[in-house]
Design a protein around this ligand. Structure first.
Ligand SMILES: Cc1ncc(C[n+]2csc(CCOP(=O)(O)OP(=O)(O)O)c2C)c(N)n1
Length: 339
């Protein structure tokens, strides 16, 4: 059993349909992540991009089993593509936004600082840790209104250096709020190794200090991530308060493309990153497992990849055809709040 519970009682089992859905979402997420890399390298993207690479299984699992009315803060890696595809967001408007087109979800004005209120995805920012205070509010609102909504609060290990993270752990625990702390721990925060930033290797051990139960899973194992998501959602939805899930994953490329820390500035050994790509790719691992367990056939695997390739190609064509955003000053100011 890849999921190692620590104080968390909820255990859920994935059905055959769950496994097929997780797999399809991972194929789509990894295919669209590669498309985003093609677009930025072709100079067609506004702003920059943080490639997901082989770290997208946690994001897929985080979104796949949520209801539309559950709140989610996606992790910024791959700009939340995995999380949002899995939750059911119209990803075409997201790609158009990155390309500065009028069909974008914010009419091409925001790069990756977006929100999808109708999907209960609250706006997120490049400010690491900014997600924590709103997740307390969403959790409080769910409890105050006596709904069974949950809050999926995704972020990396780097965010847990922020005081706001610890305030959120304390307040959600104290008030028994339905918040899932989904920590995608890739062992590095931009260019700083986890071992230089934390006295402990397992971030989920922080949860015990706040009386919050925790799970720790292999983030390269899609099914383990899926089981953890089911268990965490069941826990929060049942009114048992917050839960912490740490997913140990891998960043097999540099921090971002298009910004200061762009390609060519190596912070990790390129040979090690290649080794991870060769041996720890979550899609390769999930394909082998699901074929062996006869959950999928070779023909279905090929069809799902073809479907994802077609989806990516259609999105790219649509976004290229969408007019470039050239907002007037009045339009630009319309969405700005200044006290
Ligand atoms: C408040 C704040 N401090 C610093 C930064 C610069 N910064 C951008 S990404 C990042 C690392 C975040 O770490 P993690 O969430 O683990 O993401 P990873 O790099 O592993 O994808 C930092 C420090 C920032 N964006 N916001």
């Amino acid at each position: 059993m890849p999921t190692k519970p620590r104080g968390a009682s909820a255990q859920e089992t994935l059905t055959r349909d769950h496994k097929r859905l997780l797999y399809r979402n991972l194929v789509r997420a990894m295919t669209l992540d590669r498309m985003m890399m093609r677009i930025i390298r072709a100079g067609k993207m506004v702003g920059f991009y943080h490639e997901g690479g082989i770290a997208l299984a946690p994001g897929v699992a985080a979104g796949t089993f949520l209801r539309r009315d559950d709140a989610m803060n996606p992790h910024y890696r791959a700009h939340g593509i995995a999380h949002m595809i899995a939750k059911g967001v119209d990803i075409q408007s997201y790609v158009a936004e990155h390309m500065g087109r009028v069909d974008g979800c914010a009419k091409g004005r925001s790069s990756f600082h977006v929100s999808y209120p109708e999907d209960h995805i609250f706006g997120w920012s490049a400010n690491i840790g900014a997600n924590f205070p709103p997740c307390i509010g969403y959790g409080f609102a769910a409890r105050y209104r006596s709904t069974d909504q949950v809050v999926m609060n995704c972020s990396g290990d780097g965010s847990y250096q922020e005081g706001r993270a610890h305030e959120a752990l304390l307040m959600t625990a104290n008030w028994h709020l339905p918040v899932i702390f989904w920590c995608e721990n890739n062992g590095i925060a931009q260019s700083s190794a986890l071992s230089d930033l934390f006295p402990i290797a397992d971030i989920s051990r922080l949860a015990a200090g706040y009386g919050i139960p925790a799970l720790m899973v292999d983030g390269q194992d899609l099914l383990a991530c899926g089981e953890a998501a089911l268990a965490a959602i069941a826990h929060a939805r049942a009114g048992k308060g917050p839960i912490f899930v740490e997913l140990k994953t891998l960043r097999s490329q540099e921090h971002n493309v298009g910004g200061l820390n762009n390609e060519g500035a190596h912070t990790r050994d390129p040979a090690l990153m290649q080794k991870w790509r060769d041996t720890r790719d979550p899609l390769t691992l999930a394909t082998a497992r699901l074929l062996k367990d006869q959950v999928l056939t070779e023909a279905e695997v090929a069809d799902l990849q073809l479907e994802a390739d077609r989806e990516a190609a259609a999105i790219e064509v649509h976004c290229e055809a969408s007019p470039k955003a050239t907002p007037s000053i009045d339009e630009l100011m319309a969405g700005v709040y200044a006290p």
